[in-house]
Design a protein around this ligand. Structure first.
Ligand code: NAD
Ligand code: KPL
Length: 302
């Protein structure tokens, strides 16, 4: 049995595909009110993907259910992950595994520190899923996941190999940290600019001009300190081109009045730079500007 923590866009996307693949899973919602809301919809999810609309019946439960958990997939936002996993600590089997799906960095390490008896894995996910209405999920962009252990040397959990490739495009990568750092750098170079200029991804180079170039130079140096040597600028410009019409996840959060993951993306990058004694004035200025923008919208800056 696989457990998914968090019934948001990505958690429901995993649950829907597991259900379609006949792999048993249960979704852990935040509380009794959320459970009741699903029960009122007969636990049905309207799942829209490129093949059409499917009605799926999922299994939901609250964190205080008694069942023990061997395999946990954490699908909360980065800032909720540690608290959400802590709530379940008494249910986690020793030597079980935890797969973290969060964007950014910091939440994965925090959970690994809190759950030393379990093996913690992290995924870099490029799918795009959103909820047009409660009880509905749209898989708008079929992406892929790169998965690996936080502790290099830990083998791949066998359940991952049971995921059907037609529904789950994923690959195993160890060490995983360079992949997570690369994704973090891409998100640092795009997401905060879309916030402060309130623009689509494709407009970032024109809006940010030389400021983007300075950020890319600083991020390249930060990546180098993490052992990632490939050229960042072409990678970022490729992502900007291929997602030109997208609103970044951070901008979507801003428009929906939700807390963003800024602290686990640009905040994390700036803290790491400071710990390494690396000067990153362009990134610091970007972080300040993004926080100003969030304050203007009465949203948390962490
Ligand atoms: P979301 O806000 O839609 O879902 C998060 C869910 O977690 C919410 O339903 C919330 O109620 C739940 N939650 C929070 N605390 C909880 C707790 N204590 N117990 C149980 N549930 C709790 O967010 P999302 O879009 O699904 O994103 C989740 C993570 O995946 C983020 O880090 C995001 O950056 C990453 N991600 C999302 C997508 C996507 O397409 N949505 C793609 C790639 C990566
Ligand atoms: O990952 C993304 C996000 O929005 O968080 C990018 C790559 C910027 C695509 O929108």
């Amino acid at each position: 049995m696989l457990y998914i923590l968090g019934a948001g866009s990505l958690g429901l996307l995993w649950a829907a595909r597991l259900q379609q693949a006949d792999i048993a899973c249960r979704v852990i919602v935040r509380n009794a009110e959320q459970l009741q809301a699903w029960q009122q919809r007969s636990n049905r999810l309207q799942f829209n993907d490129s093949t059409g609309n499917h009605t799926l019946t999922l299994n939901f439960e609250t964190p205080n259910t008694a069942r023990m958990i061997r395999h946990l997939i954490v699908a909360t936002k980065a800032h909720s992950a540690l608290e959400a996993v802590r709530q379940l600590r008494h249910r986690l089997r020793p030597a079980g595994d935890i797969l973290m799906l969060q964007n950014g960095l910091g939440s994965q390490q925090a959970v690994a520190q809190a759950c030393r008896a379990q093996q913690v894995f992290a995924a870099s996910v490029t799918d795009g899923a959103w909820q047009p209405a409660p009880g509905e999920l749209t898989w708008a962009g079929r992406g892929s996941s790169v998965v690996g252990p936080l502790d290099t040397g830990t083998p791949c959990p066998e359940w991952l190999n049971r995921l059907p490739p037609a529904l789950f495009d994923w690959r195993w990568q160890t060490p995983i940290m360079p992949t997570l750092w690369r994704k973090l750098a891409i998100n640092c170079a795009i997401n905060p600019f879309t916030l402060i200029y309130d623009c689509h991804n494709g407009e970032v180079p024109a809006q940010a001009g030389a400021w983007l170039d300075s950020c890319l130079t600083e991020l390249q140096e930060l990546l180098r300190l993490q052992g990632v040597t490939e050229d960042l600028a072409p990678l970022v410009h490729d992502v900007i081109r291929s997602t030109a019409a997208n609103s970044s996840s951070m901008r979507q959060d801003l428009h929906a009045g939700r807390r963003t993951e800024i602290d686990y993306i640009l905040g994390y990058a700036c803290r790491q730079a400071s710990q390494h004694g690396l000067q990153v004035p362009a990134l610091e200025r970007l972080l300040d500007a993004a926080k100003d923008c969030l304050r203007q919208h009465q949203l948390p800056t962490d």
